[in-house]
Design a protein. Structure first.
Lengths: 327, 336, 427
């Protein structure tokens, strides 16, 4: 067991998979010699060379589109979008192409491709370096969207994503990169995509979240434990398609559910989670399903006051969790 | 007879090969015409035509290695997919949206080609998305040391999309064996060429992406063959990508849902029909003594029979089960 | 002069800590604002960190090689000419303490007591739990799923069938008590006052009256009947005795005392009317405790004449006077107002000749004694001027029917009509 940071787990997973399988290669802006603007691909260029750790032009649609072509040929490309915010030029390639290749060809072709992108706020990144973009893609059957919270999950899920035979969007919380550290086993393990994970067991309230929200929830839960409030925390890990079974089980467990995302509230992943709960859990619910999310403004502003107002944080979670417990 | 210069021998094409090219052009034309009849008879909902572009499609295809090269065709490339190995029956199965359609199992509209065993990439309706895919194929093959070319086609309207420029630039930077052929039929549905492109030609754009750009007469399969052959050699020699602009005609409306009389004059259409490559290429073959009257009659009968049989079979073939709509969103459990 | 803190700056978007690779200044060094003071290495960049102040370094808190999280203290600097009032930290100083505790004012608020969640209703139904008897720990007294689960786990499930009359009777509330009624308020929107209207604030007592009236009229299916009684003889009797009585006792001998006496006597024979509805049973009360309505200003009190059947007319008259006096002086005790089993209402004192009383929950009936009026009545083959009074009974139709009530009223009528000097003792 080694303790590594969230971003080290990304690098470690890429390295392991590239060593294991020659068809895996990395492409994106600055991923080569620089090792990525966040250093996620650090060392890979030296180990695997420029053909497998490829610096591309600033050309998000082609990064996705060329990756799709290579995947159809039989490669397992791992494309990096420098920031999730910049994925938008590639949306046509991801949604119209990657997500539909298997279906539209009646299982003749498939597209085993991973697109990694750092997302999330709280880093003074303002409108275009802070966004959560998962909701844009979260109604596109054919795609899978993974958003891990811990180094252990990052490594196990990124390896699973690379080995998956369908396109996977792998969103990494950029604030978690160096903030979150954790134990990661040395052995070759993969975690199942599509499965949520109980990060804390409790019986007063249920918090369902993902990404950095998991850590905020855990922190708030520790404080509330002192007040006698016991929080159950479910980490979605895969936000599309959702692990309905785990969501239903977690919601039924306490009947009081708080859904947390740092994305804008309306139309977020949590809107869908809420719908799943209301479809399946009515007679186990003990309170209205609550959502804690960013306000419905385009994205978080640069000024620290406004950024803080937009972002979720442990204090906001603690307050919302306490209110739900008291209901 | 043989007053006319034998151009195909100069290109290294045998009489059998040019006759085969003509047969494929004629087959493409006759399949397309049958589909219009089926549409107007209310039997199939939609047709989008290759008519007027067969020479460019077949001229180019026969210059490729049809056993190894990959193609990312666009919706008019009936001639290209025939050359790459798709059968008449398969094309009618697609037109009737039947379960056995190899392109999509009846999921996509006609013209959305794809067939892995013949290395035809699956396509969509948003235009030009296939161009970066072709670049990706070339990149992957190069990584594996496979000496193949990746052929991609599109209309001139599509050459204004971002993916055209992003894809060509990527191919240029990486010097990838990509052959891009723009089939310029001078209309993006109703918008004429002069309102689409500011540069003198699409071929001119090649220089911006570090590759040669050629404009060719797309009504002459031999001229197209020659240019694509050269591009293929460049690709095989590691000299990188080539952009080719084939000037063609669109003999029909944009699709079965379009009325081109609204934006094209009768004179223009008449003028265009005189340039029909099926007529001029047949004449060339007659002039050089490759196509005799007996051969022509036999060929027509053979193709008509093939089309009649394929139409009947496809019409009577089963549809997919309704619940098959749920299949193949992701890999099935337990592998492919 | 003031000492300022030098903190580890954030050097890059995802950077959360930095390592001091070397100090470029030492303790005692004078530095200007923006002079480099340390070399810091992070995952993303290596950078010289400039000073944010002009002054003298007083302490290097972090050593070379130390990894300090962003915002962590690395040095102190003595700033000249500063009053020290400035914000030391470069980061976001304000800590909007939204989560600061809100004092629990929830404890006595019971507004959510009867708002049941789907989970609570389901559990209560499955386990046959009477939610009326479950304490709620949620906001506004709401019964939470956990509350119900705890009840089930305890094995002591309060069931509606075993609830019996006890809590029902024990919890009976008199309208005079400005009690915390659990009655949900009317769902229809309240009217708003227009210009020129006078808004009278609703006092606690008025509110209690209102809630009890709502409860009585929504819960009890009312039915009514009226009899006409000839009290000519009673009037004569009372006229004969009243002056003497007043002189002797010091208070008035009212008609109402005779009516109360007659009702008490009739109730003894018709215990059905001296009863109350208890959901799955009807409880006939042994004691005859008659509630009487006493109005004072805009308040309505309903004190009780205990054991009215044991009392003489005089005794009843005395109780009435005392209770009315207490009501006026606001001195009624809880005991004065509890335990009523039937209500007699002296509507005649307002000049009313007919009315429909609202039953005093949880009693089964109320009798309105209207004004005595002289009317020509045809009797014994001729018209005669007689003193007539209407007795109007409101009955809980769940408990009572017309037949028994008719018999009861006939009995009261006959008692009253036979009251005369010969057979009626005041004492």
């Amino acid at each position: 067991m080694a303790v590594m940071s969230y971003i080290q787990a990304v690098t470690s997973a890429l390295k392991d998979e590239m060593e294991r399988d020659d068809s895996v290669f990395v492409l994106g802006e600055d991923v080569g010699q620089k090792g990525g603007v966040f250093k996620a691909t650090e060392g890979l260029y030296d180990q695997f060379g420029e053909s497998r750790v490829m610096d591309t032009p600033l050309t998000e649609s082609a990064i996705a589109g060329v990756g799709i072509g290579a995947a159809m040929y039989g490669k397992r490309p791992v494309a990096e979008m420098q920031f999730a915010d910049f994925i938008m030029p590639a949306v046509n390639q991801i949604i119209s192409e990657a997500s539909r290749i298997r279906y539209r060809s009646n299982n003749d072709w498939h597209c085993p491709m991973v697109i990694r992108a750092p997302y999330g706020g709280g880093v003074h990144g303002a409108l275009y370096h802070s966004q959560s973009v998962e909701a844009v893609f979260a109604n596109q059957p054919g795609l899978k969207i993974v958003m891990p919270s811990t180094p252990y999950d990052v490594k196990g899920l990124l390896k699973a994503a690379i080995r998956d035979d369908d396109p996977v969007l792998f969103f990494e919380h950029k604030r978690a990169y160096r903030l979150i550290k954790g134990e990661v086993p040395d052995d070759d393990y993969v975690l199942p995509i599509g499965k949520a994970d109980v990060k804390r067991d409790g019986d007063d309230i249920t918090v369902i979240t993902y990404g950095l929200g998991v850590h905020f929830a855990l922190e708030a839960a520790e404080k509330l434990e002192e007040e006698g409030i016991s929080a159950h925390i479910l980490d979605l890990r895969t936000v599309y398609p959702l692990d309905q079974e785990a969501i239903i089980e977690a919601a039924k467990k306490t009947g009081k559910v708080l859904l947390v995302t740092e994305d804008n509230k309306e139309g977020s992943i949590m809107s869908e989670v809420s719908a799943i709960i209301s479809e399946n859990c009515l007679f186990d619910l003990d309170s209205p399903v609550q959502r804690l999310a960013g306000p419905d403004v385009p994205s978080m502003p640069y000024a620290p006051t406004m950024e803080k107002y937009f972002m979720i944080n442990p204090d906001k979670l603690e307050k919302a969790m306490r209110e739900l417990a008291e209901f | 007879m043989s007053q006319v210069e034998n151009r195909h021998s100069e290109l290294g094409l045998s009489d059998e090969q040019v006759l085969e090219m003509y047969r494929t052009m004629l087959l493409a034309r006759k399949i397309d015409e049958r589909m219009w009849l089926l549409n107007r008879a209310g039997k199939i909902p939609f047709v989008i035509s290759c008519q007027g572009q067969e020479a460019a499609q077949i001229g180019a295809s026969y210059a490729l290695n049809l056993d190894k090269d990959y193609v990312a065709p666009y919706y008019r490339d009936l001639g290209v997919v025939l050359a790459f190995g798709m059968t008449t029956r398969e094309l009618f199965l697609a037109a009737f949206a039947k379960a056995e359609d190899p392109n999509s199992g009846g999921r996509q509209m006609p013209g959305h080609f794809g067939q892995k065993k013949n290395r035809i990439l699956t396509g969509s309706s948003p235009v030009t998305t296939q161009l970066p895919h072709a670049v990706g194929i070339a990149l992957a093959a190069k990584m594996d040391g496979e000496n193949i070319a990746s052929f991609v086609t599109l209309g001139e309207g599509s050459s204004n999309q971002g993916d055209f420029h992003e894809g060509l630039n990527f191919a240029g930077v990486q010097k990838l064996p990509v052959i891009t052929m723009v089939e310029n039929n001078k209309y993006a549905i109703s918008v004429p060429l002069e309102r689409q492109i500011a540069s003198a030609s699409v071929a001119d754009r090649g220089v911006a992406y570090g590759m040669p750009g050629y404009q060719v007469n797309g009504n002459d399969p031999l001229e197209v063959y020659g240019v694509v052959k050269e591009a293929h050699e460049r690709a095989m020699n590691g000299e990188g990508p080539t952009l080719i602009e084939a000037m063609t005609e669109r003999l029909t409306a944009h699709s079965s849902d379009d009325n081109d009389k609204a934006y094209r004059s009768a004179e223009e259409i008449e003028e265009m029909k005189k340039k029909d490559s099926l007529i001029s290429f047949a004449q060339y073959l007659r002039d050089v003594g490759v196509l005799t009257e007996e051969k022509e009659q036999a060929l027509n009968k053979e193709i008509d029979d093939e089309i009649n049989q394929a139409t009947d079979e496809a019409e009577n073939a089963p549809y997919a089960e309704p619940e098959d709509a749920l299949k193949y969103v992701y890999a099935e459990e337990g592998g492919e | 002069m003031a000492v300022e803190k030098v903190e580890m700056p954030q050097l890059g978007e995802s950077v959360t800590e930095g390592t001091i690779s070397s100090w470029l200044v030492g303790v005692g060094d004078q530095v200007n604002k923006y002079d480099p003071i340390a070399e810091v290495m992070t995952d993303k960049v290596n950078a010289e960190v400039p000073s944010s102040f002009t002054g003298k370094i007083t302490e290097l808190v972090a050593s070379e090689g130390d990894t300090i999280e962003v915002g962590g203290l690395i040095a102190y600097i003595d700033v000249e000419g500063s009053d020290g009032g400035s914000e030391a930290s470069s980061g976001s100083g304000e800590q909007a303490n939204e989560s600061a505790e809100e004092p629990s004012q929830a404890s006595q608020d019971q507004s959510m007591k009867k708002r049941y969640s789907p989970a609570v209703l389901k559990l209560a139904q499955e386990n046959d739990i009477d939610l009326n008897q479950v304490e709620g720990s949620g906001k506004g007294g709401r019964i939470t799923r956990k509350d119900v689960e705890a009840v089930i786990a305890s094995g002591q499930v309060p069931q509606a069938s075993t609830a019996t009359s006890e809590p029902q009777v024990a919890s009976q509330q008199q309208p005079s008590q400005p009690a915390q009624s659990t009655q949900p308020s009317s769902p229809s929107p309240a009217p708003s006052a227009a210009q020129g209207d006078v808004e009278v604030p609703v006092s606690g007592v008025r509110k209690a009256i209102a809630q009890n009236m709502v409860k009585s009229t929504t819960e009890i299916p009312h039915a009514w009947m009226t009899v006409e009684v000839d009290v000519t003889n009673l009037v004569k009797l009372r006229d004969q005795k009243k002056d003497e009585f007043k002189q002797k006792e010091g208070y008035s001998l009212t008609y109402f005392a005779f009516f109360v006496k007659a009702v008490a006597q009739a109730l003894k024979e018709f215990p059905e009317l001296n009863s109350m509805w208890a959901e799955d049973k009807i409880i006939q009360k042994k004691d005859i405790n008659l509630s009487i309505a006493v109005a004072s200003d805009n308040q309505l009190f309903v004190p009780v004449i205990k054991h009215a059947d044991d009392k003489s007319v005089k005794g009843i008259a005395k109780d009435i006077v005392e209770l009315a006096g207490k009501a006026r002086d606001g001195k009624l005790t809880n005991d004065d107002m509890s335990g009523g089993t039937f209500t007699v209402n002296n509507t005649g004192s307002f000049g009313s000749v007919q009315s429909m009383g609202v039953i005093n929950h949880p009693q089964a009936a109320i009798l309105q004694v209207e004004s005595i009026v002289k009317r020509p009545v045809y009797m014994d083959g001729m018209f005669a001027a007689r003193d007539m009074v209407n007795l109007c009974l409101s009955l809980d139709h769940r408990v009572l029917d017309g037949l028994i009530c008719g018999q009861f009223l006939q009995r009261v009528k006959s008692i009253l009509e036979s009251m005369n000097d010969d057979n009626t003792s005041i004492y």
